[in-house]
Design a protein around this ligand. Structure first.
Ligand code: CP
Ligand code: NVA
Length: 295
């Protein structure tokens, strides 16, 4: 497997491998500090980022390389050079390419030609590095994954998709509560957030408006999602030991109340911190050919 574009492309053993390596990097940050010596990794961001950008840049440095981060408008892509030509050229310089953009098809097109690994750092459809981090955080907290229940409550988006795929791969139970009108095809959902969180070990949410979602949908979407806010009452309906998770950035008072976000059940900042060892693990695994998955 050369690229990480979707969690769905990973095999079960790939996920276990990445979680083990991420845990190792968390305790030994400079393990593999020569892997990228004298090499660069290109990070392309067509959408804003705090966690993904800073953790991945830091991961590259910890692996001995130099991160080169560019925004949209800085490459010739914006002036009509094709994705395929850009990918071929860039892969003759950089050891890996990390891409955050809109269309999944664009990342797939980018990944078609290069000999170097391509990592999806969030698209409209997927957020694989986040989902691997989420599982790492759950495993760290509970000591295991298999048989645990995760309830995702809110907008059924890129984060929900990757989280569902990762949790399923790990043998967890997933319940997604989202307004029926927003439920994407293929995702098993319920309309009732209280039903979803019943006996859940993890209650997870994300912003109601993702980057790139049409602004004109904000009012209708916010109204539809109002009953899906994670409140202390909703947390009380989950298992007594349940933790609250959020990929961040969070909007207190929208998808989650400040009480829950900043309360004792919240593990969101540990979750955010885990992005760094996961970025190291993903880059290392791809660069050393350790993943068996399909692409
Ligand atoms: N969770 C996450 O991907 O955050 P950023 O958008 O800040 O990278
Ligand atoms: N679903 C959000 C996640 C941000 C990390 C978005 O795509 O904007």
């Amino acid at each position: 497997m050369r690229h990480l574009l979707r969690v769905g492309d990973l095999h079960r053993q790939d996920l276990d491998y990445l979680l083990d390596r991420a845990e190792h990097f968390k305790h030994h940050p400079t393990a593999a500090r020569k892997l990228l010596k004298g090499r660069t990794v290109l990070l392309y961001f067509a959408k804003p980022s705090t966690r993904t950008r800073i953790s991945t840049e830091t991961a590259v440095v910890r692996l001995g390389g130099v991160p080169l981060t560019v925004g949209s408008g800085e490459l010739q892509l914006g002036r009509g050079e094709t994705i395929g030509d850009t990918a071929r050229v860039v892969s003759s310089y950089a050891a890996a390419v990390v891409i955050r953009t809109y269309r999944d098809a664009d990342v797939e097109a980018f990944a078609r030609s290069p000999e170097v690994p391509v990592v999806n750092a969030l698209t409209d459809g997927h957020h694989p590095m986040q989902a691997i981090t989420d599982l790492m955080t759950i495993r760290e907290h509970f000591g295991d994954l298999r048989g645990r229940k995760i309830a995702y409550v809110g907008a059924a988006n890129n984060v929900a998709t990757s989280l569902t795929q990762a949790a399923t791969l790990a043998g967890m139970t997933v319940a997604v509560a989202t307004p029926p009108a927003c439920a994407p095809a293929g995702m098993v959902t319920t309309a009732d957030p209280f039903e979803a969180v019943k006996e859940a070990d993890v209650v997870y949410t994300d912003v109601w408006m993702s980057m790139g979602d049409p602004e004109e949908e904000r009012a209708a979407r916010t109204a539809a999602l109002e009953p899906y806010r994670v409140t202390p009452e909703l947390m009380a309906a989950a298992a007594p030991h349940a933790v609250f998770m959020h990929c961040l950035p969070a909007h207190r008072g929208e998808e989650v109340t400040a009480e829950v976000m900043d309360g004792p059940a919240s593990v969101v900042f540990r979750q955010a911190a885990n992005r760094l060892p996961v970025a190291q693990a993903v880059l290392e695994a791809l660069l050393t050919g350790k993943l068996a998955g399909s692409i």
